[in-house]
Design a protein around this ligand. Sequence first.
Ligand SMILES: NC(=O)c1ccc[n+]([C@@H]2O[C@H](COP(=O)([O-])OP(=O)(O)OC[C@H]3O[C@@H](n4cnc5c(N)ncnc54)[C@H](OP(=O)(O)O)[C@@H]3O)[C@@H](O)[C@H]2O)c1
Length: 324
Amino acid sequence: MKNINVSILGTGMIVPVFLENAERSGGYHIRGIWGRDARKAAVYDSKADFTTDDLDRVLQDPETDVIYIALPNSMHASYAVKALQAGRNVMVEKPFAANYAEARQVIQLAEQLGLLVFDMCMTPYHANYRMIPEYLKDLGQVRVVTGILSHYSRRYDRFLAGEVLPVFDPKLAGGTLMDLGIYLIRYVYGLFGMPEHVHYHANIVRDIDTSGILVLDYPQMKASLTATKDASGPSFVLIQCEHGRIMMEGPAGVCHTITVEKDGADMIVLPGPDTGTAMSSELTVFRQMYEDHDPAVRAAYTSDILSVQKILDLAREDAGIQFI
Ligand SMILES: NC(=O)c1ccc[n+]([C@@H]2O[C@H](COP(=O)([O-])OP(=O)(O)OC[C@H]3O[C@@H](n4cnc5c(N)ncnc54)[C@H](OP(=O)(O)O)[C@@H]3O)[C@@H](O)[C@H]2O)c1
């Protein structure tokens, strides 16, 4: 099995997590790491064949199979386009793009060029999450889904002090919906598809949502999804059905243990990954898609990316959040 050579754009917080999981997952080799600041890239000198502040060195590197984009949200699409035009497959950090139109542009280009684009939102790749549809079959009509993803962010303290980091910057397509809400959306969309209506009730500070409650309205069920970066709390997803319930402990991106209960009994427990290892699942799925080259699988996959992006757009529109 040949290693997949990955080069990374970005030197921020997510990069060490990616490096650790690529190593754990196996089959990946880190070729280059690019940062606009050469000193920040050089921190990773021992982790890659080269680090650089010269973007073309990475884009034009003939040994690079895949470019992993770990930049602020507003830059995902434009850097994905650059990488695709240079002939590289791309993994894009979540959210895939700032909006639906950008996502569609990237996907269409990848299709034209016969290259793979992959969305690094961890939720749909976990084995225990993928088992849920099987268990739902026995539980009757789903009525209510309640999801909470709370992560009080140290970056929020800095935001309150006046600093605007990318994650809270409307100019960089930031905000809590784009950062955390997306995991809950991906979770619910992956099980129940496109809702009829989307409502987002957000706490907005300096033009950006620091927390909010998203309501996804389906004909026979409702989902209430809360994401907070300005308050702490538990994280879970509870699916309540007419004949039972499914409870997932932990953040929707990680999918810790899932418990299935039918008619008040029959407990089934599906263990999930630990937080630090959660990214390994998606790297395994990426490898599979990269090697299989199955156009039908890729088409279904990109259609999901676009639907999630559409829900994000509708939610922001409902809350009046505009990226400047
Ligand atoms: N999948 C996950 O679990 C997960 C977790 C966290 C984040 N993410 C996603 O990963 C992405 C990066 O997040 P992060 O937390 O790593 O962000 P971060 O720590 O803020 O790092 C952002 C990176 O982008 C660079 N950058 C900022 N502005 C730039 C510009 N104008 N031109 C070029 N480069 C620029 C930064 O360089 P400087 O240091 O020079 O500013 C830094 O290398 C985000 O899209 C986020 O949603 C995913």
